[in-house]
Design a binder for this molecule. Structure first.
Ligand code: GLP
Length: 258
């Protein structure tokens, strides 16, 4: 796992967006995995800017999102479908029919999850998966204890996640208790992963994910087993990394040769 420590949220967002844009330029029909949450919002803003100013073309791109709340239809303002339309899809030229966000309202969740996995395979697998990290170290909604081989399925959210996400709802009781989430195993099959992490609140989770043991208790730690993962974080999020100076030194050399 490569860790790139950036000075600001803006810088980490721009660097992460450059990786996504580089892939789309190189492979116009790329399959992109997207995440929700506040962390990737800057990355999405920069993709929108590149689309408007540089003509970055998403017309042949296919997308798959990590997760969705059970019970929220796509037009609910707190649904992840709504979030993705609002923060990215409505502002770029990706055909809506090419965008996939798990359905939280299907009649048969199990059948839907099987279809979602099949659809990812049919599209050739995910070329690049964008990820955030939960304060409990989760990726997608793979809460502590999730199998590192897990696939897309219905999950139950932890108290900590309900607390974290209550800020988007009127009250905590409104946060759905369940979600449909890609599994850790599904995420690990993406050819490349880009994780964006910012803020002091994420420092313990990032340190555990990048430098702690690989464990189901911090599902992001499974990315240590992935052959091509890069983490873009800010100084606040990097605050508890033991190898921080080492990562900074490597990045300085890489920036010099660019
Ligand atoms: C939710 C999402 C995750 C996301 C996490 C962090 O739990 N399911 O994919 O990484 O929130 O969100 P934020 O970026 O708002 O801190």
């Amino acid at each position: 796992m490569d860790v790139v420590i950036c000075k600001t949220y803006d810088e980490l967002s721009r660097r992460a967006a450059a990786v996504v844009a580089g892939l789309v330029n190189h492979k116009p029909n790329a399959v992109l995995g997207f995440a929700t949450g506040s962390s990737p919002v800057g990355l999405y803003k920069d993709l929108i800017r590149r689309h408007r100013e540089e003509g970055l073309d998403f017309s042949k791109v296919t997308t798959f999102n990590l997760d969705e709340y059970v019970g929220l239809p796509g037009d609910h303002p707190q649904s992840y479908r709504f979030f993705m339309n609002d923060n990215l899809f409505d502002h770029i030229n990706v055909p809506k029919q090419n965008t996939h966000v798990p359905s939280g309202t299907s009649a048969n969740h199990r059948a839907f999850c099987e279809w979602y996995e099949k659809r990812i395979r049919e599209c050739g697998g995910i070329d690049l998966q964008v990820l955030g990290i939960g304060s409990d170290g989760h990726i997608a909604f793979n809460e502590p204890g999730s199998s590192l081989g897990s696939r897309t399925r219905m999950v139950t959210l932890t108290e900590q996640t309900l607390d974290d996400n209550a800020r988007f709802f009127q009250k905590k009781a409104d946060v759905p208790r369940h979600a449909i989430s890609m599994g850790v195993g599904t995420v690990l099959e993406a050819r490349r992963c880009v994780m964006v992490v910012n803020g002091k609140g994420k420092a313990p989770a990032l340190a555990a994910a990048a430098e702690g043991p690989v464990t189901t208790m911090i599902t992001a730690s499974a990315l240590q087993l992935h052959p091509d993962t890069v983490v873009f974080c800010d100084e606040d999020a990097a605050g508890q990394l033991k190898m921080g100076d080492y990562y900074r030194w490597i990045q300085k050399q890489a920036d010099k040769t660019e």
